[in-house]
Write a protein that binds this ligand. Structure first.
Ligand code: DX5
Ligand code: ZN
Length: 220
């Protein structure tokens, strides 16, 4: 599976969002990571389906990776599917019926995924592995960009990689939180194939330079 760089638009300039997304894609990003927060499941409030729809209308054709940090999830999933989401991932704690929510995402034509907070066990995958297209491991406690990578994510990535490889399913392993040019190499070595980076990319003036450096680090 090819490695994908997924800039988190949480750290973009929201006043110029369309332009920011165009620029980061031109700079070599593969997918757009779209953080949805509700000031309830996490202590912050961000963007919803309207903004996803606006990006599609603006002309963004790259996959949009919607990370739901909201509770409940079922009510908003159809809205995001309609707004052009490609992936929709949610935290198992935020759904009473994890199997149903995953199935709903796929039935609507999107790719589904489960997100694991640093302290959330991977055992949630046990009975739904055939219903996930993506496993997203948080390497920070969700809610804010710009936090430091928690090293406990590395053994957890190795564990998730093992689960995926043993399953034989086509499942992406995404990492989110504190990813930068200095740690992306060991994160890849631990088994990740999809790398979210917010502040590391949007915090620098030259997005292409950062993304090129990330790829160079991964190739080492
Ligand atoms: C955190 C979000 C992340 C965040 C990553 O709750 O899910 O996607 O934007 O930002 P950085 O890369 O700055 O840690
Ligand atoms: Zn995220």
């Amino acid at each position: 599976m090819a490695d994908l760089i997924a800039p988190s638009i949480l750290s973009a300039d929201f006043a110029r969002l369309g332009e920011e997304v165009d620029n980061v894609l031109k700079a070599g990003a593969d997918i757009v990571h779209f953080d949805v927060m509700d000031n309830h499941f996490v202590p912050n409030l961000t963007i919803g389906p309207l903004v996803c729809d606006a990006l599609r209308k603006h002309g963004v054709t790259a996959p949009i990776d919607v990370h739901l940090m909201i509770e409940p999830v079922d009510r908003i999933i159809p809205d995001f599917a309609k707004a052009g989401a490609s992936y929709i991932t949610f935290h198992p704690e935020a759904s009473r019926h994890i199997d149903r929510s995953l199935q709903m995402i796929r039935d609507l034509g999107c790719k589904s995924g489960l997100v694991f907070n640093p302290a959330t066990p991977l055992s949630y995958l046990e009975h739904v592995l055939d219903k996930v297209d993506m496993i997203l491991l948080m390497s920070v406690n969700p809610g804010f960009g710009g936090q430091s990578f928690l090293p406990s994510a590395l053994p957890k990535l190795r564990q998730a990689r093992q689960i995926i490889d043993d399953s034989g399913f086509d499942i992406r392993l995404e990492i989110d939180g504190g990813v930068n040019t200095s740690n992306i190499r060991e994160i890849k070595a631990a088994g990740a194939d999809t790398f979210v980076a917010g502040s590391a990319i949007f915090g620098k003036p030259d997005y292409k330079a950062v993304i090129d450096e990330m790829r160079a680090e991964m190739a080492k």
